[in-house]
Each structure stands twice: as C-alpha cells, then as structure tokens.
Write a protein that binds this ligand. Sequence first.
Ligand code: NZQ
Ligand code: ZN
Length: 387
Amino acid sequence: MRNFVFHNPTKIIFGKNTIPGIGAETAALARKVLLVYGSGSIKANGIHRAVTASLAAAGVSWVEHGGVRSNPVLSHVHEGISLAVREKVDAVLAVGGGSVIDAAKAICAGAPADCDVWQFLRGKKGIRAALPLLCVLTLAASGSEMNGGMVITNEATRQKFGTHSGLLYPRVSILDPEATYSVPPDYSAWGAVDAISHVLEFYFTARESDVEVQNRLMEGLIAAIMAACDRVLADPRDYQGRAELMWGATLALNGLTGAGLGMVGFPMHMIEHSLSALYDVPHGAGLAVVVPGWLRWHAQQEPAKVARLGRMVFGLDEGALPVTATATIDHLRRWFAAGGCPTSLSQLGIGAADIPAIADNALGLARVWRLKEYSKERIVEILQHCQ
Ligand code: NZQ
Ligand code: ZN
C-alpha cells in the first residue's frame, strides 16, 4: 500500500422515503437555492413535486434552471451561472443523474469565479471557492453524488473535459433507490457499465501491485454491481437490486477504491469522452465500446491482471495467462452486450476512417489529465481494437 489520505466530506442519506428530508438539509445551508435538473424526468416521476414541497415546507425559496442535457454543455452552464449570480442564491440543489450534478458543480464553481469556468476544466486555473451543493440522485452511474469531479462539454471546441476539486463535493446527497425505478433499461445498463469502468480504471492503472485489500474490494464491487444490474434489468422495481446498484455506483468513484494504489489513470474515460464530445454518445454506452478495446490492448502488455480479474470475478481459468485474459475480455463484452449495450464503434455508427480524428480529440484531454504515455499512435491502436 502507498501512503494516502482518504477524506470524503459528503453526507449520504440513503434509502426509502428519504427525499422529503431535502428541505431541512437545504435550510441548514441556505435560504435560496438554484434548483438544477434535466430535460423533465423528475417532473414525470413526481420527484420535482416531492423536492419542491419539501423546500417550501422548510422555508427555502428556489429559482429553477432546468434543461441540463445528458453530456452537459458549457453554454447551459454559463446560463446557470448568470442566473445564480443574478438571483443571489446561496446554494445549488441538483436533482438528477451525473449530468445534472456535474452541471450544478460547474455552476457552483463558476458563480464566485473571476474567470470562465472552462479555465478550471482545461486545467488552466484552480477552483478557489464554490457555492455549497446538495444532491438528490435519480440515476445510479457516475458517482458524482459523492466525489469532487465534474465533466462538461465545450460545444465550440468539441472538447469534453473533466476536473476535480475538494470544493465540489456535495455537502449532502440523498440516495433513494425508488427514485431510480423510472430509469429505462438502457440507462440502467449504461450506468452499471460506467460504475464498473470506474473500478477497472483504478484496478488496471494502479502503480502499487501489493494491494490485496483494494484488489478484493474492487473485484467484489464489480461482481456486486453486475449482479445488481442483472436484477434491475429483470425487474426495474426490484428495490434491493436498485439499492445495490445505487450504492455500488457511488462506492465505485468516491475515493475508496483508489486508496493506497499510488498514482492511477483514467485512460478509458479519456478516450470515451471524445466519443461523447464528437458524437454525443451516452457515457456508459461509449465505455461499453472502449473498455473491451482498451483491455485487449492492455492484455498484450500485461495479461496477468486481466487474467486475475477473470479468475477472481468470473471464475475463469484457461491455463495460459493470455488465453485467460482473452476469455475474461470476451466474458465482460458478452455481459455488456447482454445488457443491450453497444460493444463496437461500428454499432455506434463510427467507422475506421473516423479514428484519427477521435484520437486527435482525445489527445487534448490526455494532456489535461497528464496521461503523457498516450500518444496519438497508442490511442489509434486502442480504438482499432474497439471497431
Ligand atoms: O434529463 P433528465 O430528465 O435528467 O433525464 C435523464 C437523461 O435523459 C435520464 N434520467 C435520469 N434519472 C432518471 C432518468 N430517467 C428516468 N428516471 C430517472 N430517475 O437519464 C438520462 C441520462 O442522465 P445522465 O445524468 O446524463 O446520466 P448519468 O448519470 O450516467 O451521467 C452521465 C454524465 O456523468 C458524467 C459523464 O461524463 C456524463 O456527462 N460523469 C461524471 C463523473 C463524475 N462527476 O465523477 C464521472 C463519470 O465517469 C462520468 O464521466
Ligand atoms: Zn464514467
């Protein structure tokens, strides 16, 4: 294990009928909030009514900033920042999935800033202040409800960049699994792929190899998220399945899995964000294509850890490491496909001729994330494994 500091300040309120508590939690932090949400699912499933009734009962006033798109864009964040400043809100309340929470984080960081919030995302400036953020999570996927990360697309430059700050952790996040009953099968599966990918990024890029506790934690989390996703796809109103998937996705990117690993990278995400930036591919769907391709490339250099994943999580052991590694990747890819996910660039309507431009786009984020070993040639090679 390498030295580490694990400090996660987010208060999680988990379980059935927890959403009515959001008013009191907000009143403890603010008198007036910016209520940020997406394209309307919370109005259709009753969560908007429950949240606003709770805010009103707690004497908290709110201004609404709806319309956050999946793969949230900078122009809409700018509108939210102007609204937050004009209305002098003293906190932001995000009600939605990762896109809504990330847009809300960008507004929290942008409202007090003396520069464009995009400067933070391109790694040119550090975040010095942020409005307090509260969340009501409605989709199990990104882990944004319990971390300091945010990912925003600049439509003008066609770049989707992410950054992290200790100031962006939500103060409070309410996770009611029943809020996810209305998530359709595709986003349920894509959310599970996203959460599993968060674990795999650390599992395979960890500098420290003597980390048995962390390896077993990550292997167990992957297995449990897969099992929970299978339950939810079989029965969308399986409360325990939704609960396991929700908490598993939160644990997958709240800092716990990365403890003691030393430096880790996010190369699969670095590449996937270009698919979302250039083609508006849903994040989890893009990962279902990129992860198997990256693993095939990675297994050529280091088959042992890929084979370990297969042995520990899928019970595979085909003898020689490269053979087990290949069987592991095929098993994971079949599970993605069984959940209805695309598993090739061609299924996304992306052809081999597009690969150089995707690689050029991904290089921008590779530089911001200091993934110096990812040259254009390497990214092209990985994308060729994704066709
Ligand atoms: O627009 P709304 O009404 O919110 O509808 C959404 C959207 O259409 C819908 N949805 C959400 N909850 C629902 C629901 N539909 C019915 N019932 C519900 N309860 O689902 C669609 C997708 O929502 P979105 O928020 O885009 O999905 P997700 O949670 O997967 O978030 C994806 C975003 O998270 C970012 C990704 O880049 C992407 O932009 N990520 C954020 C990270 C972080 N902050 O740590 C890390 C991740 O790796 C990821 O990059
Ligand atoms: Zn992700």
